[in-house]
Design a protein around this ligand. Structure first.
Ligand code: AMO
Length: 433
């Protein structure tokens, strides 16, 4: 049926299990081409796998000229018979009887998706759709999808409802410094830094909610672990205390992460990666213990100082994999965190080595105390009026956390730059594609 639009037919990972002698239709990008005169061998790759096609003049006739003139990475359609192959890599191959060049690739290409000529990260990101033809790059995004699926299933299983809260907001939730401002029909609006206030509000009716979304921070980050647009898995639950929230978070890594890793065996093989073990319970140290560990290692930090840079490097030497740091000084935490004893707070961070993966805690649910904490942080309760009024209508005690999904993917996939885990990363210098 020449002239009509060809079908996708079989995905290429299905060719190996097709019976010899059967006829298949496939499409894919030309990854390799070897011309032996009257025979041409082509390796085609699609989103799922690769297969070898043999073009024999006696079978395909004049179309062999079109095959010969096809550039690498062009998208082609082939119809042919499945036959036993001669190479170890492709025990079966397709002997073509019909060939169509669907979309030629114009050379020179900015990068070689086969990966045989390595490209720098900037070139790869500038040309991301082409970079994604590289199975190693695609593997990271398959794993990402597997994790997000597993996270949704895990949280639904724990009785959480998935919600979607606004990303265009009227006031700051996490403090004003790193907000992207925009013009909203003549009014000032901002991009959400987190769903914090919404998810807390929702516990007063829906009780257990979660959201997986992009959030925005307007800091001029120049690190391997910060983006201006990042993905967070956020939860909030009525009647959860700090320990309940930590248990749920541990489960996200061990159960949902474990299920995603099991589902990603093929991708991990592609990356030559064995993800680090995660077993419960994760070690827990207090902020005060962290300071002691640092002191023993020769780093003296004043109480109240945030743990970053050299400090978390030293802690990672001691603690390795996943661990919690709890009981942070109240001043180091946002206004909505429940105060604890002696200037501490009912809060925690989940770390992996030196990387902060999540933070959370118990929240204030009494209006008076929340107003007091806002003032103590130099914020004006009047500006939070719309949020505060909800606390008069039966706001349950609640806890929650926010978990950096991109950072988690760095750990599982074993990449040291967060930009590798996001399709189109946004950093202070990168706004395209
Ligand atoms: P926090 O600001 O600690 O907490 O963010 C939670 C987690 O999100 C990830 N993250 C980032 N990842 C990449 N680039 C960034 N710029 C970035 N900023 C944050 C980190 C971090 O641990 N509302 C609280 C959470 C809560 O208490 O529920 C919050 O936003 O992995």
């Amino acid at each position: 049926m020449r002239g009509s639009r060809p079908r996708k037919g079989l995905f290429l990972d299905g060719v190996g299990s097709s019976p010899e002698g059967s006829t298949v239709e496939v499409t894919g990008w030309v990854e390799e081409q070897r011309d032996l005169g009257s025979l041409i061998f082509q390796v085609l790759r699609d989103s799922r796998g690769a297969a070898q096609v043999v073009y024999d003049r006696s079978r395909i006739g004049e179309a062999i000229k079109e095959v010969r003139g096809t550039t690498l990475q062009s998208y082609v359609y082939v119809r042919g018979e499945v036959v036993r192959g001669r190479s170890r890599k492709f025990p079966v191959e397709i002997r073509a009887s019909e060939y169509r060049l669907l979309a030629p690739a114009r050379h020179p290409l900015p990068l070689d998706p086969s990966g045989s000529v390595p490209a720098g990260l900037d070139v790869r990101l500038d040309n991301r759709p082409l970079d994604l033809r590289n199975p190693r790059t695609a593997a990271i995004f398959r794993m990402r999808a597997n994790f997000l699926r597993a996270a949704r299933e895990y949280l639904r299983g724990a009785g959480f409802l998935e919600v979607n809260t606004p990303k265009i907001i009227g006031s700051a939730a996490e403090g004003g410094a790193d907000l992207f401002e925009l013009d909203y029909f003549g009014r000032k609006a901002y991009l959400a830094q987190s769903p914090q206030l919404y998810k807390e509000q929702l516990t007063m009716s829906l009780e257990r909610v979660f959201e997986i979304a992009f959030y925005y921070r307007a800091e001029k980050f120049n690190t391997q672990r910060h983006l201006n647009e990042f993905t967070s898995v956020d939860v909030e639950a009525a009647m959860f205390d700090k320990r309940d929230a930590m248990d749920l978070l541990e489960g996200l890594v061990v159960e949902a992460g474990g299920s995603a890793i099991d589902e990603s065996r093929r991708e991990l093989e592609e990356l030559g990666r064995e993800p680090p073990k995660a077993s419960r319970p994760f070690p827990v140290i207090t902020y005060a213990q962290a300071l002691e560990i640092l002191r023993a290692k020769g780093l003296e930090l004043p109480f109240g100082e945030d743990l970053r840079g050299e400090a978390v490097k030293l802690l990672a030497e001691e603690l390795g994999g996943y661990y919690f740091i709890v009981d942070w000084p109240l001043d180091a935490k946002p206004f909505y965190i429940q105060p604890g004893e002696g200037g501490l707070s009912e809060s925690f961070d989940l770390m992996f080595g030196e990387l902060e993966l999540a933070s959370g805690g118990e929240r204030i649910h009494e209006r008076g105390l929340l107003e007091e904490r806002l003032r103590a942080k130099g914020l004006n309760p009047e500006e939070f009026r719309d949020h505060l009024k909800f606390y008069d209508w039966g706001m349950p005690p609640h806890s929650g956390w926010g978990f950096g999904a991109d950072r988690y993917l760095m750990i599982v996939a074993g990449v040291n730059n967060i930009r590798e885990t996001v399709l189109y990363p946004r950093d202070p210098t990168r706004l395209t594609p």
